[in-house]
Design a protein. Sequence first.
Length: 293
Amino acid sequence: MLESWKVSVIRSLMDKHGFRLSKNLGQNLLIDRNIVEKIADFAKLGRDDTVVEIGPGFGALTVALSARAGRVVAVETDRAMIPVLEEVLAGADNVEIVNEDFMKFDIRRAGDGFTLMGNLPYYITTPIVAKMLEGSVKPDRMVFMVQKEVAERIVSPPGSRVYGAISVMAQYYSRATQAADVSRDVFFPKPQVNSAIIVLEPRAPAEGKPQDEELFFRFVRAGFGQRRKMLRNALGVLGFEKERLDDIFERAGIDSARRAESLGVGEFIALANAASALAAQSPNGLVNAERCL
């Protein structure tokens, strides 16, 4: 098991295994031991815990996790990376390497009660967070290294210019914290942007659950799908008759001239619940309410 993450060591491993880092897969490797240890510490792991790591790369974080947890499942999509991981993690008997796209990975293999971690490329952050927060199997804790602007979006409050659908989703399902900022200088190769560590602790929705959770997320996604528009226009894509949409706003006590970024989680729930109530009274008032994903 390697103990050094100097660039020279990484280059040596790459040469030995004929491996080249992929920009398309967002393969930027952590080379700062202090940052690796900090991320692992945020997981608050014990020897009885299971942790699933997304995209272990060359295994720097995996090594730190294996020293803390009882079981580590490292899910790596790049087949060419596996021989490197096998060498780096030789002797770590509590690590299982899985060569699979995490979006297709059956998270039930982790068992009951697990922590989810990973250094996530920009293009996959939102799909992964959405998958885990909306799925029936939720981790006890999630600790991710993400692009700083994505972290800010996830934790931002209503009214912020970066507040969006992922903000509502994360804050509906979890307690979201931007735990630490990370300089781009601690990666190889050095990316063009800085990163941040976010911690998501799933919880029962603080605002209460909507009557129809799927409908709630239709409203959220439709609202932010055309965020420059007033809600009365942005939500038109959901297929409600105009009169019914006006009734929904009135029942929810929300001005239809507002924009999605001004609404908190509770207000989106109010809209969805108003729509559910109207649908129960007059199902024919809904037309073509296709799922807006």
